[in-house]
Write a protein that binds this ligand. Sequence first.
Ligand code: HEC
Ligand code: HEC
Ligand code: HEC
Ligand code: HEC
Ligand code: HEC
Ligand code: HEC
Ligand code: HEC
Ligand code: HEC
Ligand code: HEC
Ligand code: HEC
Length: 341
Amino acid sequence: MASRGARCGGYQRAIPALMKSLFLLAWLPGLALSAWGQVAGGSAYVGSNTCEECHKQGYRRFSATKMAKVFFDAPRNDLEKQGCEACHGPGREHVEAAREHDRVRAQGQVYAGPPSGQFILRLGKGSPLSASEQTARCLQCHEKGGRLFWKGSAHEGRGLSCMTCHQVHQNRPAAPATAAFKEPLTGNTLFPTRTQMEVCLECHPMRRAQLQRSSHMPLREGEMTCASCHNPHGSPNPKLLVAASVNETCYKCHPERRGPFLWEHPPVMESCLNCHEPHGSTRPQLLKVSPPRLCQECHDSTGHPGQPHLATERYVFNRGCTNCHSQIHGSNHPSGSRFQR
Ligand code: HEC
Ligand code: HEC
Ligand code: HEC
Ligand code: HEC
Ligand code: HEC
Ligand code: HEC
Ligand code: HEC
Ligand code: HEC
Ligand code: HEC
Ligand code: HEC
């Protein structure tokens, strides 16, 4: 009996504790959201000029960005008018707490109220919000355009947020002339690293290595970036490609490969990747495999390609199947069925 009573007692004590924690659970987000409740009234917002009072340097730096130029000088809707608060949420409670803190301190007393920082949304490193909650702040305005396929993309799925690749508070200074990668002409300056390429290469080190290989497209030289072929924000195509297929992506800049050809070479029409490695290769012309092996992977049964050759023989001289089959991507010559002309 005694033991049972004790158990019951424990049980009874547990209930109010449970209730209390349930209540706390319901109440805590309520606190954070209390400011949100007033969004419709607009009274919870104080305007960016008020933020400038205490965050002078941050305000000045942000003012130089393209985003701020729109927010502060030519807002097109109510959301843009909110300025700082469009991302950080309504700031009245934060400002009041910070002012109270200053007032109390000025009187030489110790401030015992809640820290002002808890009333404003902190983003980026150290944010209490999840990656998707933070991203939602940005998607308020950036859901369309390039971000249309963000939801469900490989990057969203792996927990990246907009802030993984972007810093928004100030324009990044131009890359120095000594930078490993020249800055391409995209004009976007809102990256945490000095150049856009470094953003990607941080997580894709294999690509960094490939770019150093002797044959590469001019990414190192600053004429194109990863974004020339991939949309890091997501795309409806495989591997975040900007166009519907590998070949469509390549045709953007190599339109002469599209044809139409009188004599098509099937592997070319199927995928450029049958023979090329787009990120860089130690073989000439970004080839995946050195000729003649490249060709012999598929052409091995009949005729001269399959015969064993001495290195000095004309068919493999200087590894040169393309010495004779020079129109390897397709030919429009009436007698070019073997891609020699
Ligand atoms: C009266 C001065 C004052 C004003 C006005 C003010 N802040 Fe602050 N803010 C502070 C102080 C002080 C802190 C540091 C709070 C802390 O460390 O707890 C801070 C911190 C922050 C932080 C970081 C929060 C964190 O978790 O560290 C953000 C974001 C912020 N403020 C945004 C704003 C925005 C947006 C506005 C305008 C709506 C604004 N502040 C207006 C004083 C102010
Ligand atoms: C486009 C969204 C956006 C706008 C607009 C914006 N911020 Fe921020 N803010 C951020 C992000 C994201 C961070 C985290 C740091 C970063 O990524 O640069 C941040 C960080 C901060 C911090 C904390 C810095 C730290 O990490 O200690 C303060 C303070 C702040 N912002 C104030 C402001 C003020 C003041 C304005 C208006 C002049 C403003 N923010 C406008 C997104 C924004
Ligand atoms: C209130 C609307 C709004 C919000 C919220 C917002 N942006 Fe913007 N953003 C803009 C506008 C307006 C521009 C100006 C250029 C344009 O129209 O594309 C811009 C431009 C940018 C650019 C390009 C800047 C350049 O120099 O080319 C980046 C990158 C960007 N925003 C990232 C973000 C990120 C990351 C967030 C979330 C932290 C965010 N934005 C939140 C409205 C917004
Ligand atoms: C994996 C890295 C990465 C992530 C994550 C990322 N971005 Fe970007 N963002 C880039 C790169 C790279 C560019 C430059 C693209 C170009 O030059 O075509 C860019 C460009 C932009 C631009 C300006 C060009 C345009 O398309 O209008 C905006 C705005 C932008 N990003 C917003 C966002 C927002 C909002 C998010 C979160 C949903 C986000 N980005 C997440 C890498 C990233
Ligand atoms: C914070 C780390 C990080 C950054 C920065 C980053 N990525 Fe990724 N990326 C990933 C992860 C994780 C995956 C998923 C890999 C997997 O599932 O095997 C991925 C996948 C990809 C894929 C393959 C998508 C698919 O469908 O399989 C491409 C393409 C890609 N990233 C390009 C880029 C480009 C371009 C940039 C720079 C604008 C970039 N990444 C920046 C982490 C990152
Ligand atoms: C010339 C176009 C082009 C450029 C530039 C380019 N890629 Fe790719 N990338 C591709 C193609 C095409 C694929 C698809 C490969 C496949 O389907 O096997 C791909 C695939 C990928 C993958 C996924 C690989 C896998 O096996 O899942 C990653 C990650 C990637 N690229 C990252 C990058 C990064 C980082 C950069 C910048 C350094 C970059 N790419 C530049 C064309 C390009
Ligand atoms: C954004 C434009 C662009 C896209 C997209 C593009 N290329 Fe290129 N590519 C170039 C440029 C620029 C060069 C250098 C041309 C030159 O030096 O004459 C080049 C060179 C090449 C070369 C020759 C490399 C060498 O070492 O001589 C090959 C092979 C190649 N590209 C294949 C591809 C394939 C395959 C794709 C699709 C996956 C592709 N390219 C997509 C711009 C692009
Ligand atoms: C059957 C293998 C094969 C396929 C598939 C292939 N290529 Fe090539 N490509 C080659 C070979 C081999 C060379 C080297 C040519 C030489 O040695 O004269 C080359 C060279 C190139 C070059 C650089 C030389 C030049 O003429 O400018 C470009 C650019 C190129 N290919 C683009 C493409 C594109 C784009 C595709 C997809 C539409 C593609 N290739 C598909 C085998 C192939
Ligand atoms: C991925 C496989 C593949 C690769 C790699 C490949 N080919 Fe082909 N090639 C084919 C196919 C499939 C045909 C069409 C065969 C047919 O129509 O009977 C073809 C046709 C040809 C033809 C015309 C022959 C005919 O019977 O009409 C020649 C010549 C040729 N290839 C040369 C080459 C050379 C040279 C290389 C190396 C640069 C090469 N091929 C690489 C698959 C390949
Ligand atoms: C010295 C010039 C020359 C070289 C080098 C050469 N070929 Fe040919 N190739 C020809 C001629 C000419 C034909 C047409 C033969 C015919 O119609 O009987 C041909 C035909 C072909 C065919 C069509 C199938 C057949 O047997 O008729 C293929 C496939 C082929 N070559 C692949 C290759 C490969 C792979 C290499 C590299 C190992 C290569 N060729 C090197 C001249 C050459």
